[in-house]
Design a protein around this ligand. Structure first.
Ligand code: SF4
Length: 238
């Protein structure tokens, strides 16, 4: 991947997009105080983390600890602390919701049906996200349009009707190579699973490596159809 840094056209496009990204984040921090960045700890989110922390942009950074994350993701949290001095603000699931789910459906009930998978994601991700966003005027994500069929046409700015606040996806138009060129050019920490065939990383039991040429989200909930592959954090509601 470091060979990306030898592509002048790519370096130029990353430089131009980084200027725009910095400007947008700073503007969001001013116009939508308090704003928060939901850091999923994927490669894209490391770009946003790097800019927000190094430029000291006034946007809170938080992550959702579902309790089922891979060890490599916890390792990355530790490296963020060492590299940036960043103590990630973590939100956890309500223990009663998780207890009820596992008693009714089993510890890995999410494999049995899309509805049960979504119910697990709701308890471990959506409900904590709602608490994290309470009182915020805007939230920021690292979503990119080319990541999934469900993200085609993704806007940089949209109103999140479900959570009742503005939502910014400043990397919507970034390519995968632009993300990785930024990471390598700036020596940004990233999840080691990315080097083991995991382009997209979520909970350990619901993420696996993909083969060369497979879609970037093919390893997420691989037993489901592509059109259902969202956890509920980014679902549009009218
Ligand atoms: S990704 Fe899997 S383990 Fe994580 S919350 Fe969703 S269903 Fe549960």
């Amino acid at each position: 991947m470091t060979e990306l840094l030898e592509d002048p056209a790519l370096i130029n496009s990353v430089a131009a997009k980084t200027v725009e990204l910095r400007r947008l984040l700073a503007q969001v921090a001013v116009d939508f105080t308090p704003a928060a960045f939901a850091n999923s700890l994927g490669a894209e989110d490391m770009v946003l983390t790097d800019l927000i922390v190094r430029e000291d942009i006034g946007i809170e950074i938080f992550s959702l600890d579902t309790g089922r994350l891979p060890a490599e993701t916890y390792d990355l949290m530790g490296r963020l602390k060492r590299h940036y001095g960043l103590n990630l603000k973590l939100y956890y699931p309500r223990h009663r919701l998780v207890e009820n789910y596992t008693r009714e459906h089993g510890i890995n009930g999410f494999y049995d049906a899309v509805e049960l998978r979504k119910a697990c994601c709701h308890a471990r991700k959506v409900e904590p996200l709602q608490r994290a966003l309470a009182g915020k005027k805007a939230w920021i994500t690292g979503l990119r349009a080319e990541q999934a069929a469900t993200r085609a046409g993704l806007a940089v700015r949209e109103f999140d009707a479900g959570n009742g606040l503005e939502k910014f996806n400043p990397l919507a138009g970034w390519t995968k190579n632009e993300v990785w060129a930024y990471i390598h050019a700036n020596a940004v920490p990233y999840n080691k699973l990315h080097d083991q065939g995991y382009p997209s990383i979520g909970c350990a039991p619901c993420t696996r490596a993909v083969a060369a040429g497979e879609h970037v989200r093919a390893g997420r909930w691989w037993w489901e159809e592509p059109t259902s592959k969202e956890c509920g954090l980014h679902v549009k509601r009218a």
